[in-house]
Ligand binder design. Structure first.
Ligand code: ATP
Ligand code: LTN
Length: 325
C-alpha cells in the first residue's frame, strides 16, 4: 500500500512564490509516490475575520491554483475542509487532550494574535488542534510544509502519541517533509521575515498571479545586502533569498547558479531573475483559467466523498475508544 500525504493551505490573501516553493511544489512532486490529500482549509481561514463573499470566492480560487500548479485530481484527492465535518468533530476531541500550556507556546499564535491574548480569538488559539485533526484523520505518514509549520506538526505528533497512550493505538504518527532548500522564502523588503500572505506591504511578496510588469518592479525594488558578488552566503540573507528563488525555479545546482552570475552585477542578476519568474509563472497563469465552475465543483465533490470515507472511519474508532456512542 502507498504511504499517505496530507497538506493544506488557507484560502486567504494571495498565494505567493514562498507558498509555492515551500509547499505546493513538493505536493506536486510527491503525488505519484504517495496517496495524497490536498485540502483547502477554509475553517482555519476564519480564525481571523473574513468577508463571507470573498472567502467563498477565494476557496474556489485556491482549488484552481492547486490544479494549475500541477495537482492532478486523478492521482490526488483535492477537497474543501468544511465539506468533511469530521475535521471539526475530531478537533473538539483533540482539544480535550491538548493542554493550554502547549498551545501557548505556539509562535504563530503569538504572531497572529499580536501578543494580545485578551483580545485574540479562541479559534486562533486552538488553530493547531484543528490542524492536528486534519492530519490525524487520514492516518497520514508525511506532511509537506514550510518551516513555519514545523512547530504545529510537532504538536500534532504529541497529541497523537498522548491519545494512543491513553486510549490504545489509534493514530499513525506523521513525519514532516520540510524541503532542504526553499522552506523559508523571505520577504523581498524585509529579509529578516518570511514572505507572508498577511504582510501589509505587497512589495515583499511575488504573488503567483502577479503580471510581468509587477514582478519586474518588485524584483528591481527588492532590498539587497552590502557586497556586490552574486553568491550564496548565509550572512547576506537578501541575496541568498533571491538566489534561492532562482535556483529552485531553474533547477540548477547552487554551484551552477554562482558560476552563471560570476562577474555580473546586481542589475544583470535582477533582470534575469525577474525574467525567470515571469516565464515560470506564464503557463501557470494560463492554466488557471482552464477550469470552469462546474468542472471544479465536480472535482471538489468527488474529493470530499473520498476524504469522508476515510475520515469517518478514523472518527468512529476514536469515539469507540473513548466510550462515546
Ligand atoms: P502567511 O503567509 O500569512 O503566514 P500561511 O503560512 O498561513 O500564510 P498557507 O497558505 O496556509 O499560508 O500556507 C501554505 C503553505 O505554505 C504552508 O505549508 C506554509 O508552511 C508554506 N509557506 C508559507 N510561507 C512560506 C514561505 N515564506 N516560505 C516557504 N514556505 C511557506
Ligand atoms: N496551518 C497551515 C495550514 C494547514 C495545514 C494543515 C498544513 C492547515 N491544516 C494540515 C498541513 C497539514 C498554515 O497556516 N500554513
Amino acid at each position: 500500500m502507498k504511504k499517505r500525504i496530507f497538506s493544506g493551505a488557507q484560502p486567504t490573501g494571495q498565494l505567493h512564490i514562498g507558498n509555492y516553493l515551500g509547499a505546493l511544489k513538493n505536493w506536486v512532486a510527491l503525488q505519484d509516490e504517495y496517496e495524497s490529500f490536498y485540502c483547502i482549509v477554509n475553517l482555519h481561514a476564519i480564525t481571523l475575520p473574513q468577508d463571507p463573499k470573498v472567502l467563498r470566492q477565494k476557496t474556489l480560487d485556491l482549488a484552481r491554483i492547486y490544479l494549475a500548479a500541477g495537482i492532478d485530481p486523478e492521482k490526488s484527492t483535492v477537497f474543501i475542509q468544511s465539506d468533511v465535518p469530521e475535521h471539526a468533530e475530531l478537533a473538539w476531541i483533540l482539544s480535550c487532550i491538548a493542554r493550554m500550556g502547549e498551545l501557548e507556546r505556539m509562535t504563530q499564535f503569538k504572531d497572529k494574535g499580536k501578543g494580545n491574548s485578551e483580545r485574540a480569538g479562541v479559534g486562533l488559539f486552538s488553530y493547531p488542534v484543528l490542524m492536528a485533526s486534519d492530519i490525524l484523520l487520514y492516518q497520514t505518514d508525511l506532511v509537506p510544509i514550510g518551516k513555519d509549520q514545523k512547530q504545529h506538526l510537532e504538536l500534532t505528533r504529541d497529541l497523537a502519541e498522548r491519545f494512543n497512550r491513553d486510549f490504545g493505538e489509534t493514530f499513525r504518527i506523521p513525519e514532516p517533509f520540510i524541503p532542504p532548500v526553499g522552506a523559508n522564502i523571505l520577504s523581498l523588503q524585509e529579509p529578516a521575515k518570511k514572505m507572508s500572505k498577511s504582510d501589509e506591504n505587497a512589495n515583499g511578496s511575488i504573488f503567483l498571479l502577479d503580471d510581468a510588469d509587477t514582478i519586474t518592479k518588485k524584483i528591481k525594488r527588492a532590498v539587497t545586502d552590502s557586497g556586490t558578488d552574486i553568491r550564496f552566503d548565509q550572512s547576506r540573507p537578501a541575496i541568498n533569498n533571491l538566489l534561492t528563488i532562482f535556483q529552485l525555479l531553474t533547477g540548477k545546482s547552487a554551484a551552477d547558479c554562482e558560476s552563471h552570475f560570476e562577474g555580473k552585477g546586481y542589475g544583470h542578476f535582477k533582470a534575469e531573475l525577474a525574467e525567470t519568474i515571469v516565464e515560470f509563472l506564464r503557463p501557470f497563469q494560463e492554466k488557471i483559467k482552464e477550469y470552469d465552475e462546474i468542472e471544479l465543483d465536480k472535482i471538489l465533490k468527488t474529493g470530499a466523498q473520498k476524504a469522508r470515507s476515510i475520515a469517518s472511519e478514523t472518527l468512529n474508532t476514536v469515539y469507540e475508544k473513548m466510550g462515546i456512542n
